[in-house]
Design a protein around this ligand. Structure first.
Ligand SMILES: NC(=O)c1ccc[n+]([C@@H]2O[C@H](COP(=O)([O-])OP(=O)(O)OC[C@H]3O[C@@H](n4cnc5c(N)ncnc54)[C@H](OP(=O)(O)O)[C@@H]3O)[C@@H](O)[C@H]2O)c1
Length: 337
């Protein structure tokens, strides 16, 4: 049973939405503990009709905790997850640190829910740009086997946490006032600009964010033959990642068939009427939990593939919603035993 939940990183961009989801989805917990760094200790946070004080993340913080949701930087997750597991808790972690560990299931509840059964104390939630793409690809993969994906992302500044959004706002304000705003979170000015680098240089000219899309997609869909060519770009949008995706399947799909597969998939909403100017956009997806798909069309360059546009709130399905859904799944399975 999972009666006591701890949220590590409760004060961050994702942590705040996790709290919102815990309340709105009525997660059946008895006690909730909020943990963060010493910068936040003692801060009071409203959670539904309760006010909870933030406590310090330290090795003893997980005594009597059953379930942990972690929304911290990688290096913090690397340190605290073993403390929590040693104290007997199960950890659902949103950082990148544990995702590719062979003993750690990487789970999207709509796609590979049974993977949670094989954990050794830690379950990882995928990277935001991977999650929305894989939620959309999963029904096509099931029906026709995905062979190759070419994806360009247009990623919101909140993907870099609260600091990312602060930098976008400050940089736009200063830019409009004719002042320069030295970038801190991003490598270049983000106001009125696009930055074709997310993460560090990783391999063959691809960044760490791009390689996450390659490896995490294969792990979640359980198919190491899937080829992914990603280009990840930071854009001056506060919330909502967008992706232009071209997918080739072993059995070619028609546009109508692909559209029906998207329509029938859990967690996917199709918004696709070009004549009526209807397609998913970040401003419309902000605050929503689904993955939105539109501009579905065949590849006129002749690959036989399907091109489409995919948008999702990176703080929700890309992070908090997915983690809370994993927690719900664990709770449902524990209650069924
Ligand atoms: N943002 C997204 O779209 C997104 C999507 C998917 C996954 N993720 C992942 O989710 C994690 C959190 O991202 P975020 O965007 O919420 O970042 P954020 O806004 O910077 O929040 C980071 C959180 O971690 C806490 N923290 C930092 N250092 C700590 C330490 N030494 N000890 C204890 N707590 C510490 C912070 O607490 P203080 O307030 O006390 O500093 C804060 O609560 C990251 O691993 C990120 O890669 C983010």
């Amino acid at each position: 049973m999972y009666e006591t939940i701890a949220l590590v990183g409760a004060t961050g961009a994702v942590g705040r939405i996790v709290l919102d989801q815990i309340v709105s989805r009525k997660l059946p917990y008895k006690r909730l503990k909020l943990l963060a760094s010493e910068r936040s200790v003692g801060k009071e946070v409203r959670v539904g009709d309760q006010t909870i004080k933030v406590e310090l993340l330290e090795p003893d913080a997980f005594k009597n905790v059953d379930l942990v949701i972690g929304s911290t930087p990688d290096e913090v997750a690397a340190e605290f997850a073993p403390w929590a597991v040693a104290a007997g808790a199960v950890v659902v972690d949103e950082s990148g640190f544990w995702r590719m560990d062979a003993k750690v299931p990487l789970v999207i509840p709509e796609v590979n829910p049974d993977a949670v059964d094989h954990h050794s104390g830690i379950i990882a939630s995928p990277n935001c740009s991977t999650t929305q793409m894989v939620v959309a690809l999963a029904p096509l993969h099931k029906a026709a086997r995905v062979k190759r994906v070419i994806v360009s992302t247009y990623q919101a500044t909140s993907g870099a946490g609260l600091a990312g959004n602060e930098e976008l706002r400050d940089s736009i304000r200063d830019s409009l006032a004719g002042k320069t705003h030295p970038p801190k979170t991003f490598a270049h000015p983000i106001a009125f600009n696009l930055i074709p680098q997310i993460g560090s240089e990783k391999q063959d000219g691809y960044t760490s964010e791009e390689m996450k899309m390659v490896y995490e997609t294969r792990k979640i869909l359980g198919d190491d033959d899937i080829q992914v060519c990603p280009t990840c770009v930071r854009v001056p949008v506060l919330i909502g990642h967008s992706e232009s995706i071209l997918v080739e399947t072993e059995r070619p799909l028609t546009v109508m068939e692909a559209t029906e597969l998207f329509r029938g998939a859990d967690g996917v909403t199709v918004v696709d009427d070009l004549a009526a100017k209807q397609y998913p956009m970040p401003l419309d997806c902000d605050g929503k939990d689904d993955v939105f798909v539109g501009r579905i069309r065949h590849d006129i360059s002749g690959s036989g593939g399907i091109a489409f546009w995919c948008v999702s709130d990176n703080l929700r399905k890309g992070a908090a919603t997915n983690a809370v859904q994993i927690a719900e799944l664990l709770m449902r399975k524990a209650a069924a035993v």
